[in-house]
Each structure stands twice: as structure tokens, then as C-alpha cells.
Design a protein around this ligand. Structure first.
Ligand SMILES: *Cc1c(COP(=O)(O)O)cnc(C)c1O
Length: 357
């Protein structure tokens, strides 16, 4: 039996997307691919509000998160860490042999503009990484306010992971001055995993061009020269790019504004359900994610048993990530989900635990 996914990634995939993946194969050096590539990157530019380069990498998000470090971190990187994925990005930065410092926030707290300003004012850094929406804690950091601070540091390359936020709310990449915005498609975009989209500003491309040891597979300069021909450096996951083409068509048919509003409504709805049942939200007030709700297990329910029983009823449920596993649970409300889908899960929960009805 298929368990319907309510975990924060991968996300449940619409049947039209799965069908698009069965499109017969083409060669990536054929003109049919160039047409597909051109159409998909043009659509992505609209979703991301960018006129800079948009590249397609055949990889999970961490491939490009590592690639960004190899291409864009010169002297020293400031990694802002407020959860498992951002902690890992610091680790990855060090593993690439780069100089880097972690600026840590307690889990549940956002990255703050004040901390960014303080760190970068030291003049020690030529690059910074942060995660817009920390999927491990359900915290969304105040990206517009941080972007405002970043304007004071034009020499620092601004690298942002939007894996679990892109398309669920407006993230205008150029207006925010993001030099490289990265997202894997299996979360907010609701595609199967294996494709990662990333942008590169002029500043990012210049930085990359002078960088030693940027490798080949995620070389921003290689991506730029291939993109000029609507192509990729190596064979891409063409089936997933067909899926992206279909998803962009679906996103524009719904309308970006409606998509953002649907996500905002679902987020309110799930938070309301959780808090009205006596659970406390894990994120600091005001910084809850628009795409998933991370809740403390304030009522001390047996999450492992709930997860198991939900699984038997056909629902994949998440009982926390990393060091807060078991103390929290997360409900995803991203991608193509509707309130009917969410109600399906919530009704299944109350059927198992009537005390939560
Ligand atoms: C899931 C996730 C990642 C890791 O993505 P992979 O595709 O597994 O490499 C990175 N950042 C965020 C915010 C995520 O949610």
C-alpha cells in the first residue's frame, strides 16, 4: 500500500507529474532538449523573479550546496546555522577544505539580521550561507530583513538554500540580491527527488571564474557556457525536467499568488489545529514556516506508536528530525497539497487518538 506523504520531503507527487516522467526519452544534445531546457529555465525565472542565470543540476540539493561552496567561497565563509541542514552546510564547507565559521542559533530560532550584520562587519568573510526555511525545525528566517543587511556588504557572496520554500511564497531572488539561490525539487516544488535548481548572479559568476579547485560537475562556469546553448555540462535527468515542465505549467495555471495564498492558508490551518489541541509550536513566535509545522510533543503522546498506526492506515508521518526526533513532530503542507489532503491526515490522527479530536 502506498503511504500518502505528509513528511517534509519528499512530498506526495501529483499523477500528472508522474505521467510526464514517462515521456519518451530524447538526447540532451538534440534540439528537442534545448527547447525543453529553454522553456523550463524561462518558467523558473518567473517563479524565482530573476533575470540572472538559472541552472539545472542532476543531483540532490546537497550536491549544489557543496558546489556553491567550491565555486563561491574564497577567503572565508560565514555559515549561519539554526538547524540540522544549516549545521550540515557548515560541515560541508569545512569538508571542501574552505575556511569557515559557524554562527549558531538555538534550534527553533531564526537567523537574525543583527547577527548577520555583526558577523560580516568583522570584514573576515567573502561569502555567507543560510537556509531560508529550516526544514528540521520548521523555522523560516526573515529573508527580506537579512537581504537588507546584505546590501551593506557588496563584496560578500550571498548564498541561500530555499529547498523547502521556493514557490510556496514570494522569494524574489534579484530584488533580495541573492547571488546563488539553490533548491532541490522534492520539497516545496513537489517533484520526485534528483533535480536541483540554482541561480548565479553576475557577481557569483565572476567569483567562480577566479576560483581554484571548483571541480567539474558543479562548475558554475561550465553551467553558464552550456546554458548559453540551453544545455547542461553532462547528461541531465531528462525525465525530471519533463516533470518540471509539467509542474511549471500547473503552477502558472493555478497562479503564483494563489499558490502562495494556498500555502499561507494551509499553514494557518495546521498551526491552528495543533495549538488548539494543546501542542506548542516549536519555532519562536513569528518565525513559523509557511510549508511545514513543527510542533513540540507538549502532550507527551506516543509519537512512535502514532507513526506506526498512521503508516498502517496509509499515511507517512514524521516524528521529528535529528536531535529533536521524538520531542517534536512535523506536518508538511507544501507542494500540491489541499485542505482536503490535510483533513485526511488529521482525521486519521483523531481516529487513532480520539483524545485529540
Ligand atoms: C531536504 C533539505 C536539504 C537536503 O536536500 P537533499 O536533496 O537531500 O540533498 C537541504 N536543505 C533543506 C532546507 C532541506 O529541507
Amino acid at each position: 500500500m502506498h503511504k500518502k506523504l505528509f513528511i517534509p520531503g519528499p512530498i506526495e507527487i501529483h499523477p500528472d507529474i508522474l505521467a510526464a516522467m514517462a515521456t519518451p526519452m530524447i538526447g540532451h544534445r538534440m534540439k528537442e532538449y534545448a527547447e525543453l531546457h529553454g522553456r523550463v529555465t524561462a518558467g523558473l525565472k518567473k517563479v524565482m523573479f530573476t533575470e540572472e542565470k538559472v541552472f539545472l543540476a542532476t543531483s540532490s540539493a546537497f550536491g549544489v550546496m557543496e558546489g556553491a561552496v567550491r565555486n563561491l567561497v574564497g577567503t572565508r565563509c560565514a555559515n549561519f546555522c539554526n538547524g540540522a541542514f544549516s549545521d550540515k552546510w557548515h560541515d560541508v564547507t569545512l569538508r571542501c577544505g574552505k575556511q569557515a565559521d559557524a554562527f549558531r542559533f538555538d534550534w527553533g530560532k531564526p537567523v537574525t539580521p543583527e547577527a548577520v550584520e555583526q558577523a560580516l562587519s568583522t570584514g573576515k568573510y567573502d561569502s555567507m550561507t543560510m537556509i531560508h526555511n529550516e526544514t528540521s525545525t520548521g523555522v523560516m528566517s526573515p529573508l527580506p530583513e537579512i537581504a537588507e543587511v546584505m546590501r551593506k556588504f557588496p563584496d560578500v557572496v550571498f548564498i541561500v538554500d530555499t529547498v523547502s520554500s521556493m514557490s510556496a511564497l514570494k522569494v524574489p531572488v534579484d530584488e533580495l540580491g541573492i547571488d546563488s539561490c539553490i533548491f532541490g525539487v522534492q520539497k516545496a516544488f513537489a517533484l520526485p527527488p534528483g533535480l536541483t535548481v540554482f541561480t548565479a548572479s553576475e557577481k557569483a559568476l565572476q567569483r567562480a571564474a577566479g576560483m581554484e579547485g571548483r571541480g567539474y560537475y558543479f562548475d558554475y562556469v561550465e553551467f553558464a557556457s552550456n546554458d548559453a546553448k540551453n544545455n547542461t555540462p553532462s547528461t541531465p535527468c531528462i525525465s525530471l525536467i519533463y516533470a518540471m515542465d509539467k509542474q511549471l505549467e500547473r503552477i502558472f495555471a493555478e497562479g503564483l499568488e494563489s499558490r502562495w495564498a494556498r500555502h499561507a492558508d494551509l499553514a494557518d490551518y495546521v498551526r491552528g489545529w495543533v495549538t488548539s489541541r494543546g501542542f506548542e509550536l516549536f519555532p519562536e513566535t513569528g518565525y513559523c514556516s509557511q510549508t511545514l509545522t513543527c510542533s513540540r510533543n507538549s502532550r507527551g503522546i506516543d509519537l512512535a506508536s502514532l507513526k506506526k498506526q498512521l503508516g498502517e492506515a496509509g499515511f507517512a508521518f514524521d516524528d521529528g528530525y535529528g536531535k529533536i526526533k521524538g520531542d517534536t513532530f512535523r506536518i508538511a503542507h507544501m507542494g500540491d497539497m489541499t485542505q482536503t489532503d490535510i483533513d485526511g491526515l488529521l482525521n486519521a490522527i483523531t481516529a487513532i487518538m480520539p483524545e485529540l479530536a
